[in-house]
Design a protein around this ligand. Structure first.
Ligand SMILES: [Zn+2]
Length: 478
């Protein structure tokens, strides 16, 4: 089966065909680094990580770029609150963001993380092109994009132009249309700013300020990819105005259509049914989750829903994902502990066949607009088969055994980024062993409170029950 993906631009599922051969230029809107990343960010980045992995797995050579917004109102506001310089604040949160992305297995697949402040010259050039072509105008030190001049403005959002007036508007006296957006903003006291010079109506104009949010993406992709590229991804809420503005800027400036061939948008993440916000105190960072659960639990939780759909995060959902992941490892563990024979065994033929079938079913699921919940159900069924196989067969031939593990590697490990830990081969996970050792140490120093906490953690996180015997501590899974 060929790969089909849902393109927001056409509003349809389309067969995927890159602009040039098998190389794919892929851009995803990245982080504005003013605070720690939350699990809503994790959803978007994990969704796109798996999409990228699948494209690479399918033989495409993908260049994956994700921007870092380090010039932005939110950063400036936060910097004022904390008394730290905006750039220093941005670098601090960027570093933490990279640590988070590495921990959840995303950073490893990103080729480049360009920062907005490094593209001021490309931004200036783009503003100049838009001024020359009559799409941009200057009011005092601000530069705006004249939305009415760009006829295709609503082709991505499929909205009516009148509807736009109700949405996020940047107020400014003298704007031609209320929904015109800023390409450049004049510097205010104490804000990071750059001096650029442009020509408008034959006159040189000095502008001291900073870029608007939307233009950094088109400046970066222009420099890195060129005037057109294959796929742009982001959260659904970015369709309008952010991505609509990107299309307007790029197509108006360069004259090439479409600016991006495929637009992919992922669903949002809510917590207990409501949008995350600091004021509601339901703001869960990636770091918070990783204190409780393994990164694979978070990946499994997110990938259990199709990327275009919304996820409602609850504690129960996280616990269920944790339990499910444990059961998957259990299946691998029991299959792993089977007696291995160099010669073919009775059940091998069926095992070989099932392994091959499973890989095909997994591929079909992913080729259908990256249907990870379906792919996961195929994985679960295959692991269930492996477990039953171990229970009903005395031994397995090494060739068939390798084929089954290879099937898991090619799907769960390389595409979904789960079941990567090899501890199951030892019967107990490394984490379990180290927690048991920590509890023993706590008991020796009579820190029974800590020992009890560890016992609780072992039960909740790993489903492990401890038994203190005369010969030492024994454990089993509940
Ligand atoms: Zn963006």
């Amino acid at each position: 089966m060929a790969l089909f993906l849902f393109n927001t631009l056409s509003g349809k599922k389309e067969a995927f065909k890159p602009l040039h051969d098998s190389s794919v230029k892929f851009f995803v809107c990245g982080q504005t680094v003013y605070d720690d990343a939350h699990i809503g960010h994790a959803k978007a980045y994990i969704d796109f990580d798996v999409i990228i992995r699948w494209l690479r797995n399918s033989g495409y050579s993908v260049k994956y770029v994700q921007n870092i917004t380090d010039v932005d109102d939110k950063i400036i506001i936060r910097a004022k609150e904390t008394g730290i310089q905006p750039m220093e604040l941005a670098r601090h949160y960027e570093k933490r963001f990279m640590e988070d992305m590495e921990a959840i297995g995303v950073k490893q697949g990103v080729d480049e993380y360009p920062r907005s402040h490094d593209f001021i010259e490309e931004i200036r050039q783009q503003i100049q092109l838009l001024l020359d072509k009559g799409y941009a105008y200057i009011i005092e030190g601000d530069v705006y994009f004249d939305v009415k001049k760009f006829k295709d403005y609503t082709k991505l959002s499929h909205m009516k132009i009148e509807e736009l007036e109700k949405h996020r508007i940047e107020p400014k006296e003298g704007k031609k249309n209320v929904y015109d957006f800023a390409l450049w903003k004049m510097a205010k006291e104490g804000e990071p700013s750059w001096k650029i010079s442009v020509k408008s109506n034959g006159k040189a104009v000095e502008l001291n300020g900073r870029p608007g949010w939307h233009i950094e993406d088109t400046a970066m992709t222009w420099k890195i990819f060129g005037e057109q590229y294959d796929i742009h991804g982001g959260a659904r809420e970015l369709v309008f105005p952010h991505h609509s503005n990107e299309i307007a800027q790029a197509e108006a400036a360069f004259g090439k259509k479409p600016f991006v061939k495929y637009w992919l948008h992922c669903g949002v993440l809510t917590v207990d049914g409501v949008k995350m916000s600091k004021s509601l105190k339901n703001f869960i960072t990636i770091r918070d989750v990783l204190k409780m659960y393994d990164a694979e639990v978070l990946r499994l939780l997110i990938l259990s829903t199709h990327y275009r759909k919304a996820v409602d995060y609850t504690e129960e959902l996280a616990k269920a994902a944790n339990k499910k992941l444990n059961a998957m490892y259990e299946a691998l563990s029991s299959f792993y502990s089977m007696k291995v024979s160099a010669t073919a065994q009775e059940g091998d033929r069926d095992l070989l066949l099932k392994s091959k079938q499973y890989i095909e079913e997994f591929a079909d699921s992913m080729d259908n607009d990256f249907n990870t919940p379906l792919a996961l159900s195929k994985l679960t069924a295959f692991l269930g088969y492996m477990r039953a196989f171990a229970e009903s067969n005395g031994s397995v031939g090494s060739k068939a055994r390798d084929a089954a593990f290879d099937a898991v590697d090619r799907t769960a490990n390389r595409v979904l980024g789960i079941l990567m830990k090899e501890e199951y081969k030892r019967g107990a996970s490394h984490d379990v062993e180290s927690l048991i050792a920590q509890r023993e140490a706590a008991r020796k120093t009579k820190d029974f409170k800590k020992a009890d906490e560890i016992r609780k953690t072992l039960k909740e996180r790993y489903n492990v029950i401890l038994e203190d015997t005369d010969t030492g501590v024994k454990w089993h899974r509940a």
